[in-house]
Write a protein that binds this ligand. Sequence first.
Ligand code: IPE
Ligand code: IPE
Ligand code: MG
Length: 240
Amino acid sequence: MTKGSLVDAARHVAIIMDGNGRWAQKRGKPRLFGHHAGSKRVREILQSCPHLGVKYLTIFAFSTENWRRTQEEVAGLMTLFRRYIIREAENLNNNGVRVRFIGDRMRLATSLVDLMDNLEMITRDNDIVHLTIAINYGGRDEVARAAQRLAYDVKSGRLLPKEINEKTLPRYLDTYVLPDPDLLIRTSGEARISNFLLWQAAYSEYDFVDTLWPDFTPAMFEEALARFANRTRRFGGIPA
Ligand code: IPE
Ligand code: IPE
Ligand code: MG
């Protein structure tokens, strides 16, 4: 693979959309104002995916740790997710976007889970871009839930302990149908992964950008992809 060639295009990009609160604060507005602005950004980034060669886009919307925020912010975010699904469903479907949700649905309101299930169902035959939205998602929680289901399968004899390996274990993760992310972008200047895709991002390239999520444009997205194309991935080997 030559550097910067199309072969190096990031097929799966994961984004930690961070900085909504600070964006609002800078404007003297409530944090939810920032979340609202942030939700609008998703559409443009998603629209730019097909021509940038991005087939899978996975976005972090709410972590298992975000319940620690005020009741007002959490409730506002949940309302925002409902409205986002209702508002965007038709547009997503018309643009050939297949939507999936990852994370633990047990703690989410039925009204939201129903909307999520329905959006997954109506978009299931689409294949232009695969959008995965992480809501109440935590990498550790995902691995723990996977371990639990795996244990049940072992107990019932569907899987033998000796069959547990790097190929069979990921089948129990929420992301079982997705390839691993090639590139993981985090906005807002924080250089940490905050419990996102712990297993899947083992060999992802990381790109930390200072821009706050509501200011992140498709041009910046394209720049991140260009930086990615100039990196050499080794996967533990020796570059050719
Ligand atoms: C990211 O923005 C969105 C969510 C975590 C829901 P933040 O709300 O974390 O914004 P900052 O980091 O406080 O600026
Ligand atoms: C990560 O951002 C979660 C999402 C973007 C949804 P946080 O703002 O919650 O992460 P920390 O608290 O800065 O690590
Ligand atoms: Mg944050």
